[in-house]
Write a protein that binds this ligand. Structure first.
Ligand code: FES
Ligand code: FE2
Length: 434
């Protein structure tokens, strides 16, 4: 596709339906976005010791993210440098080296080749130190406050520049820990949906959809009174009821976007355990711990940042307030995997972590009454747009209401498709670059 063809796909306030359904466009996205942009790959807490590793995906490539013997994080293609066999099959663990199951080549945790069986049968110039015989390594790996990102492009903007104002969301999540440290804990939920990856991101900061998409759980939760003996302090009920925004509330939830495709939306839990001013015993004990560590004013500022999802485009959405993370893996033009997990805040009462786990399962488990609705809609969008569907998709809600903010973002009132337009601005910028 020529740059002109690509420009023709995105117009002011609308986008061609093909961008969600055309396998050729998906292939180009993998090459020009997922094999080039900074992608979140791991959190430091998963890679504490030398040899700690995990498998993840960077678009079409499966990678091993590993702390090498010198303490540096390496991101290695999970494909043997001999004949390409998938090297490691364990999802995570600790290893001193990786041995290929095919002909036994063995690689160190920095990707270099350590040993080859029957070396004497190779020709004289065969050298274990030859860079061509090492595992392919992502040329850029960088960590921001414990969040590890990698890029397959040798040059490009540094990570800090890419994150821009989204650094504040990461900072807020880390600073919520009284000890200043967070760790991924409790496992990962994985869901696969039959839809395009971009649909997930568009939905994460869409304030208008909950009233419609989540109607059934909103109504059920509204009809079920708070129970005295609820094991979860009625947390799930409050989460579901909170999705019942009226048009006035849509307007009140601020939406922000920034170059690079990132966006975030304001919080909307006005009451219950999860509201920013929660007065239940766990919230009070937690606030006291944070005040003891940081002082009253700083603790109030940290807890006062009332935001919901923070999308760090193109592959991770953070919820600092509820200590959650969602990583999005495109699998095919109409297949996407979403991996969700939560953090434990060091120095916070255990009840805070229990609440984060409950939040995660209420929202993102396969049995969730909330995310299952979202997935149903992602799949309906895919079905509606596949084949002779509409040619153009509208994203003009709130167009013209953007105003620049001091933090470097652009904001609109909540009833806006600003995040969708921001995604496509970044998308186009990547796609037209050969
Ligand atoms: S493919 Fe790995 S050793 Fe041959
Ligand atoms: Fe939703």
């Amino acid at each position: 596709m020529t740059p002109q063809d690509l420009h023709g796909l995105v117009a002011d306030g609308r986008v061609q339906a093909r961008v969600y359904t055309d396998p050729a466009i998906f292939a180009l996205e993998m090459e020009r976005i997922f094999c080039r942009a900074w992608l979140y790959v791991a959190h430091d807490s998963q890679l504490r010791e030398a040899g700690d590793f995990l498998l993840t995906r960077m678009g079409p490539r499966e990678v091993i993210v590993v702390r090498d013997a010198d303490g540096a994080v390496q991101v290695l293609r999970n494909a043997c440098a001999h004949r390409g066999a998938r090297l490691c099959a364990a999802p995570a663990g600790n290893a001193r080296s990786f041995s290929c199951p095919y002909h036994g080549w063995r690689f160190r945790t920095d990707g270099s080749l350590a040993a080859v069986p029957h070396q004497r049968s190779y020709p004289p110039g065969f050298d274990l130190a030859d860079p061509a015989l090492q595992l392919r390594r992502a040329p850029r790996v960088a960590t921001h406050r414990g969040f590890v990102f990698a890029s397959w492009a040798a040059d490009g903007p540094p990570l800090d520049e890419h994150l821009g104002p989204m650094r504040e969301a990461i900072a807020n999540l880390v600073e919520r820990a009284p000890d200043g440290e967070i760790e991924l804990a409790g496992g990962t939920l994985k869901q696969l949906y039959r839809g395009n990856w971009k649909t997930h991101h568009e939905n994460a900061n869409d304030t208008v959809h909950p009233t419609f998409v989540h109607q059934s759980s909103v109504h059920s939760a509204a009809a079920a009174p708070d129970a005295q003996d609820a094991l979860d302090g009625n947390q799930a009920r409050h989460m579901m009821r909170a999705n019942n925004f009226g048009t006035a509330e849509w307007e009140g939830i601020g939406l922000h976007a920034t170059t690079g495709g990132h966006s975030f939306m304001g919080g909307f839990y006005a009451s219950g355990l999860l509201s920013p001013g929660g007065g239940d015993p766990v919230s009070l004990a937690y606030r006291a711990a944070l005040e003891a560590a940081r002082g009253k004013a700083a603790a109030a500022a940290i807890l006062g940042m009332d935001r919901f999802n923070n999308l760090i485009w193109p592959n991770v959405s953070l919820n600092a307030q509820f200590h959650q993370l969602r990583v999005v893996h495109p699998v095919a033009v109409d297949r996407t995997e979403v991996h969700s997990a939560c953090f434990r805040l060091k120095g916070a009462p255990e009840g805070v972590f229990e609440r984060a786990v409950r939040f995660l399962t209420t929202l993102n488990s396969p049995a969730s009454l909330i995310f299952s609705d979202d997935i149903e809609i992602f799949e309906r969008c895919q079905r509606g747009l596949t084949g002779p569907g509409p040619e153009w998709v509208d994203m003009s809600r709130g167009l013209g209401l953007e105003r620049p903010m001091q933090d470097g973002t652009v904001a609109t009132p909540g009833a806006s498709e600003l995040p969708v337009r921001a995604q496509f601005a970044a998308w186009l910028a990547h796609m037209v670059r050969p």
